[in-house]
Each structure stands twice: as C-alpha cells, then as structure tokens.
Ligand binder design. Structure first.
Ligand code: HAM
Length: 416
C-alpha cells in the first residue's frame, strides 16, 4: 500500500527550539510595549477577506483555501492572514481603544511553494486599533526594529518604507498614474490587467522592462495633500529621532487593498526571492469596510516565522537558546524489572527530573545506543541484581563512569 505524504507546501517541524525562541522573545517584547495576547479562529467566513483584502488581490482571487460547509449554507476558509480577523473581533468585542493585541499561529495561502514560501506558514501578528497618531506608526516600527536587531541580533536586513497617503490622495494619484500609463504602450500583459483592476500593484511587476518604466512613473509620495505630506515627514523625523534606519521605496505598495498612509517591509538579501520577513502598515478604514458604524484608525504588522527562522538558523550559536534539561533514561534489563522501572521513573518525575523509560525489552547494547542518541545524561540500569539489592546502576553518559546507587538515594544523587 502506498504511504500518504504531507500536503504540498506544508511542513513537519521536528526541532521547534528556534520557533519557540522567536515566539517567546516576541511575547516579552509585546509585553514591554503593552500588547495583550488574543487568539482568533483559524476558520473565518470567506466574505471577511473578500471585503477587507479586496477582490482583485492575489490572496482573494487565487490563494484561498475555501470550504463549503456540509449543508452548503456558507463558505468558510482557512485564514490567509490575521488583520481582518482581528478587526472583526474588535468590532464584535468593542474593547476600549487603542486596542493593542498580538497573536501567532498558522496562515494558509495557495501559493507556489519555494524557499521561504509555504501553503501553511506561521505568522506573529500585531495590531493597534483605534489610534490615528502617526507617532504610533513610528513606535510600532521601532518596536520591530529593536526586536530584530537587539533581541534576535540580526544585522543583515533593511527597513523599506513608503507612504500611500489618505484614501483621497490615492484616488487623485490614480488619475495622475493612469494618465502617465496611457502614454506608454509596452508594459507586460499582467500590468495591463492590473492597470484596469488593481492599479498600484503594477509596481510589484517582476519584469525588468516594466520596472524601468515604473522607475520614471509619478510617485504617490510626491502627490500628497499638505496634511498627508506633514504626516509623512513627521514619520521620517520620528524614525530618525529614534535612530531607526530606513530607506524610502516608492514602489512598495504591498499586496493587500486595505492599506493607506504608512506601509513598510523588513527585507533581507539572505532570503532569496521571498525577501520580506515582516510587513505591515496603516489601515484606517478597514473597520468601516467590515461594517462598523465608525472609522477606527489602525495599524499593524506581521512577521513570517519561517523566514525569520531561515535568517536565524546560521547564527543560532549567538542566541541564548534554551538548553534542554538533563535527561535520565531508565533501562530495565528484562520484563521482570518493568514494574520497578515504572516506579523509579515515577519517583524521578515527581522530583522534576526529565526521565524516559525503555520498556520494549531491547538488549542493553541497543538501549545504550538509544540513550546516546537521545543525548542522555545518565543511564539508569535495572537488572536482577539491582532489583534484589534495591539499587540502580547509574552510568554517567559523558565520562562512562558507573556506580551502584541505593534506589532510595537516587534523586539526591542525580541532583548533586
Ligand atoms: P503579508 O505581507 O502578506 O502581510 O505577510 C506578512 C509576512 O508573512 C511576510 O512578510 C512573510 O514574511 C510572511 N509570509 C507571507 N506569505 C507567506 C508564505 N506563503 N509563506 C511563508 N511566509 C509568508 C500580512 O499578512 C498583513 N496581515 C500584515 C499586517 C498586519 N498588516 C497590518 N497588520
């Protein structure tokens, strides 16, 4: 019979040390900046994303994992991102604002898998809902930059920043950009489609020729209202004040429709084609678009955990990763000693000593090999002799020394 392999674009994590380290360190950072943890469901209604991300975005048009409910009464999906669910929760819960929350967990997008790109991937997501001040944007970006640089010791990355203006600025800019594109007839087919359906996304085009054309295109940051211009300048000033390095990328538009004003990405050349390991921005109208009666200006970001792991893997030694507790392995030499092995392991567990018990009747040689592979600190051997004398043969796996220890003294002996 054929075996069943894992679904394309998914992974089995076997060593979660780095994953847990990233999440734990982020949780400390989130507490420092006064964010609370929330958890929203993995299943959401498809309409939530259609309305928030936009019908023409890649995620909604081709990347959703959609499920018809058994009675066919509605379509639900595996969440592709966490911002829309968080805003939905905000509207339902009506918490006091600003609501500063973070969450982490799996997201799902039907993309072509490649290095750093999966169909099930994991994000740490954070949102600040109910704050209009652009100084908030500077603080969120600073929190992330300090996290990457100071807590995770990352150096080889850059922060890219753009300012998309207000929704009105954007509408006016669309006319300018369209007029510019009308004069150009050699952009690619995808750009021609985007020109009609999702204009700003032309800047994401992969073709070098299109990119050359867009280098000369009018930039939104040069077409801002005086009020937006002031905010854009303030954001840059605040980041400089806080010594956060950034580069202005006029082509950074992000693939989701809900953004206005600030958009940013943390990128690293060490990642290859999928170079962004964190992205975010402001989305002042999303709560209204999801049916709330009033606007709740908001901003947020998400970190791609797999991409951060790729960056941290080669420099793991520099990080203070948690060391596993010493492991003790109990080895009954025959089935007769199994009950004693269970009792002894129970005593060690009660004393908080990490203990495994080999109960399958393997030879001593094979059990020692297993203990070695497990990285055991001690092998605790129980044969007829030990059973009769109420002792254990405790073998130090580092130096090979062994000693008969009274069973009653074992915990004290191992804790020494
Ligand atoms: P996003 O840029 O779509 O933004 O995703 C954020 C990060 O998730 C990316 O920078 C990347 O590191 C990671 N990521 C995205 N897709 C994949 C994939 N297929 N495989 C592996 N990693 C991936 C958002 O999701 C927004 N909700 C961020 C946000 C929060 N904006 C405001 N608040």
């Amino acid at each position: 019979m054929q075996t069943i392999s894992r679904v394309k674009g998914t992974q089995d994590f076997t060593d979660l040390t780095l994953y847990s380290f990233i999440v734990k360190e982020f949780e400390k950072q989130a507490q420092l900046y006064h964010f609370d943890r929330i958890e929203t469901p993995i299943l959401e209604r498809v309409d939530l994303f259609k309305r928030s991300l936009g019908l023409e975005t890649d995620i909604v048009s081709k990347e959703m994992f959609v499920i018809d409910t058994a009675d066919k009464s509605e379509q639900i999906c595996l969440r592709p991102e966490a911002t829309a669910p968080t805003v939905r929760a905000f509207i339902e819960l009506k918490p006091i604002t600003p609501w500063k929350v973070y969450s982490f967990g799996p997201m799902f997008r039907y993309e072509r898998p490649q290095k750093g790109r999966f169909r099930q991937f994991h994000q740490i997501n954070m949102e600040i809902i109910g704050s209009a001040s652009i100084a908030q944007d500077a603080q969120l970006i600073t929190m992330l930059d300090r996290f990457f640089h100071e807590k995770l010791m990352l150096n080889n990355y850059a922060l890219q920043l753009n300012f998309l203006g207000s929704y009105e600025d954007r509408a006016a800019y669309y006319d300018v950009l369209r007029a510019y594109l009308e004069k150009i007839d050699n952009v690619c087919k995808t750009c021609l489609q985007r020109k009609e359906r999702n204009l700003m996304r032309i800047f994401d085009c992969k073709s070098d020729r299109c990119q050359e054309i867009f280098d000369k295109a009018p930039k939104i940051a040069d077409h801002l209202s005086p009020e937006s211009k002031k905010e854009w300048e303030k954001l840059q000033e605040d980041l400089s004040l806080l010594s956060v390095s950034f580069s202005y990328n006029p082509k950074l538009v992000r693939g989701l429709d809900y953004y206005n004003k600030t958009v940013f990405e943390f990128v690293s050349s060490d990642l290859g084609a999928q170079n962004a390991f964190c992205g975010g921005g402001r989305y002042d109208r999303l709560s209204m678009e999801l049916g709330d009666s009033k606007e709740h200006p908001a901003l947020g970001a998400a970190i791609g955990i797999e991409r951060l792991m790729l960056l941290l893997e080669p420099m793991k030694d520099k990080l203070s990763l948690p060391q596993p507790a010493p492991l003790y392995v109990v080895m009954p030499l025959s089935g007769d000693q199994n009950p004693l092995a269970l009792l002894l392991a129970d005593t060690l567990h009660a004393a908080n000593l990490a203990t495994d018990t080999l109960l399958d009747g393997d030879s001593l040689k094979s059990m020692m090999r297993k203990a070695n592979k497990m990285g055991a600190a001690y092998a605790l051997i129980l044969g007829d002799e030990e059973q009769q004398n109420k002792t254990v043969l405790a073998k130090n796996m580092m130096n090979g020394q062994q000693e008969q220890v009274a069973q009653i003294d074992l915990v004290g002996y191992l804790k020494q």
